[in-house]
Design a protein around this ligand. Sequence first.
Ligand code: ZN
Length: 218
Amino acid sequence: MSFNVFFMFSAGLQTPLKVPKGTFDAIMGEVRWIEKELGLETEQYRKNPPRWKHNDFKEVDDETLCAAAERHNAWIIMLHGQFGEWFKNPVRGGERLTPTKAKRFWHALEMITVPPERWTGDYYEERMKALYEALRGRAFGAEGMCFDARALSPRQAASVINLLSSWLDGEERDMDVPKGCDWLGSRYHGDYEYCEKCGPVTNEHVDACRKRGCPAKD
Ligand SMILES: [Zn+2]
């Protein structure tokens, strides 16, 4: 497993870019939000670009940290896609984002890492869904992870996640892929039920189980 580096975001903006009107303000708003939410402060040494001071997030509770990281990281991935689009197709009649202006927020285009011992159940579910997409060889939804091998089958991918669950699934969300499906569901959220004969099955499948005489046990 490896991560696609978000190249454009590693070096800073090199040339001015035409972006939709209001983009700069929207970005600054998002940056102010995350810095306030998690108590992040910037520091700058000499001529190096500013960056966030190290923060172990001890001052915020797990719920806040996970929710903030979820929103911030998704925002970066979305913004990365948009920047790619704007580089290809500069926005006519938009505003000009210059390298100087971009320096005011570039430090915030950094993913926030939450250590597994602080994961909430919801955070775990989202990470496993992204991991499932990566193991299935799909880039969309994989949050930059890519699996450097032939894609696993839905059952194989589910098995990998089941193995990891003993370390990571602290809130017993029981993620699995229902029979005949190609998505990772949460038993906690009622995405599937478990039939002793068929394994994980969707709610629709439960009726078929009953007809066949293998009642799905909840
Ligand atoms: Zn069954």
